[in-house]
Design a protein around this ligand. Structure first.
Ligand code: TXA
Ligand code: MG
Length: 346
C-alpha cells in the first residue's frame, strides 16, 4: 500500500523529494488526482505508462505554475494562449501548443504538440513551487477506469504500484480539465470539461474573430492524442460493473432486465430516489463534483448500474461525455451479449 501524506510542509517535502528522484507520486488537483512524474525525465514518464497500463500513443498533460514556467516547453506563447491563460489559469483549462525540443517524446506520444495546464489546487501549486520543475501527470487511475477524486480512490486503484499519495481532500470540480487545441486555425475542444465552450467563446470573442464560434468539438473526439486512432479509447472513465444510461421512464425496465440475470442493480439518480443506489445533485457542477465518487462506491456495491440521464444542453456537455464513455460497450461485448446483459437499445 502507498503511504498517504497530509498536505503539510513535511508531506510536500517528501513528495517533492520523491519526484525529484525520478519516482512517481500522486497529488491532488481541483479536477481529479494526478499521477505525477518529472516531465523532462523520459524514464520517469515511461513509468507512468507502466503503472497506469496506458497505451503509449496517448500523450500526457504537463502541469506548470503559469505561463513563465510553460514558456520553455513550447516554441512560443502566442497571444491566443496568453489571452486564455489570463482568463482561465490557474484552473481546469489545458492548452495544446507546439512543443519545444526539450519535451520528451514520451510526454507527447511522439507528436509535435504538448498539453499544458496550470492547476488551481493550493497543494498542487505548493508542490510545483517546491519542485521548481514541470510535472507530467495523467489522472491517477488505471487506464480506462474511473478517475480518482479522493486519496482513497488512488490508494484502491494504484496503492500497490506507487509509494506516495499526497492527500488534498476531495476534488472540488470532480471531472478532468477542458483540453483545448490552439495549434490550428480555430481552437478545437479535444475534451469537454468544466470550462465550457461558451465560456471560452465569451473570453475570446471581444478580441479574436475566429469563425466558427463556439470552438468546435474535435471530430477526433475527446482523449484525442496525435497517434490515436479514433474510438480506441471510447470506453473510458468506466466502472467495472455493467453500466447503462437510461431516461427516467426507462429506469424501472432496465433495472428489471438486469435483475432478471441475477445481478445486483444500483441506480445513480438525479434528485429523485430510485431505491437502491445513490443520488447526485441536479445541477451540472454539483453532479460533476460527485460523479466519480458515486461510480467508485456503486461499483463496489453492485454488479450493474443504471445511470439516469441527468440533463441536456451545453452546461451538461462535459458530464454527458463522461457518462457516454462510462457506459460505452467495451471489449467485453461478446461475453456480455452471450449473457444477455447488454441493453436492447443503443
Ligand atoms: O484535469 C486533468 O486534466 C487531469 C489532472 C490530473 O490535471 N489530468 C488528466 O490527464 O485528465 P489524462 O492523462 O487522464 O488526460 C489527458 C488528456 C488525454 O485525453 C490526452 O489524450 C490529452 O489530454 N492530451 C495530452 N497531451 C495532448 C496533446 N499533446 N495533444 C492532444 N491531446 C493531448
Ligand atoms: Mg485520465
Amino acid at each position: 500500500m502507498a503511504r498517504i501524506l497530509a498536505p503539510t510542509d513535511e508531506g510536500i517535502r517528501q513528495v517533492t523529494a520523491a519526484l525529484a528522484g525520478g519516482e512517481l507520486a500522486a497529488f491532488p488537483t481541483e479536477t481529479v488526482y494526478g499521477l505525477g512524474a518529472l516531465a523532462l525525465n523520459p524514464a520517469a514518464v515511461r513509468t507512468i505508462f507502466e503503472v497506469k497500463g496506458r497505451p503509449p500513443s496517448n500523450p500526457i498533460i504537463v502541469h506548470v505554475l503559469g505561463l513563465d514556467e510553460a514558456a520553455p516547453l513550447v516554441t512560443s506563447i502566442p497571444p491566443l494562449a496568453q489571452h486564455l491563460a489570463n482568463a482561465f489559469w490557474p484552473g481546469p483549462l489545458t492548452l495544446v501548443l507546439p512543443r519545444s525540443t526539450i519535451v520528451p517524446d514520451e510526454v507527447t506520444a511522439g507528436g509535435p504538440t504538448v498539453a499544458l495546464r496550470s492547476p488551481a489546487h493550493p497543494v498542487a501549486r505548493a508542490l510545483l513551487a517546491a519542485l521548481g520543475k514541470p510535472v507530467a501527470a495523467p489522472s491517477a487511475n488505471r487506464s480506462s477506469e474511473v478517475s480518482p477524486t479522493t486519496a482513497a480512490h488512488v490508494q484502491t486503484a494504484l496503492g500497490n504500484r506507487i509509494g506516495l499519495i499526497l492527500d488534498g481532500g476531495p476534488c472540488t470540480i470532480g471531472i478532468e480539465s477542458t483540453v483545448l487545441d490552439i495549434t490550428g486555425e480555430v481552437p478545437v475542444v479535444l475534451r469537454p470539461g468544466s470550462i465550457s465552450r461558451e465560456a471560452i467563446e465569451a473570453v475570446l470573442k471581444p478580441s479574436y474573430s475566429f469563425p466558427p464560434f463556439p470552438p468546435r468539438l474535435g471530430e477526433g473526439g475527446a482523449e484525442g492524442g496525435p497517434l490515436r486512432s479514433p474510438g480506441l479509447l471510447e470506453r473510458h472513465y468506466a466502472p467495472r460493473s455493467i453500466a447503462v444510461l437510461a431516461l427516467p421512464e426507462q429506469i424501472e425496465a432496465e433495472r428489471a432486465r438486469l435483475s432478471a440475470h441475477g445481478l445486483r442493480v444500483g441506480v445513480l439518480g438525479v434528485s429523485l430516489s430510485w431505491g437502491e443506489g445513490l443520488l447526485l445533485p441536479a445541477d451540472p457542477e454539483g453532479y460533476a463534483r460527485g460523479l466519480y465518487a458515486a461510480l467508485h462506491e456503486l461499483d463496489a456495491r453492485f454488479d450493474a448500474l443504471v445511470i439516469e440521464a441527468p440533463g441536456s444542453g451545453p452546461a451538461w456537455e462535459a458530464v454527458l461525455d463522461r457518462l457516454r464513455r462510462a457506459t460505452a460497450r467495451g471489449d467485453d461485448k461478446p461475453e456480455r451479449e452471450a449473457q444477455g446483459l447488454l441493453p436492447q437499445q443503443g
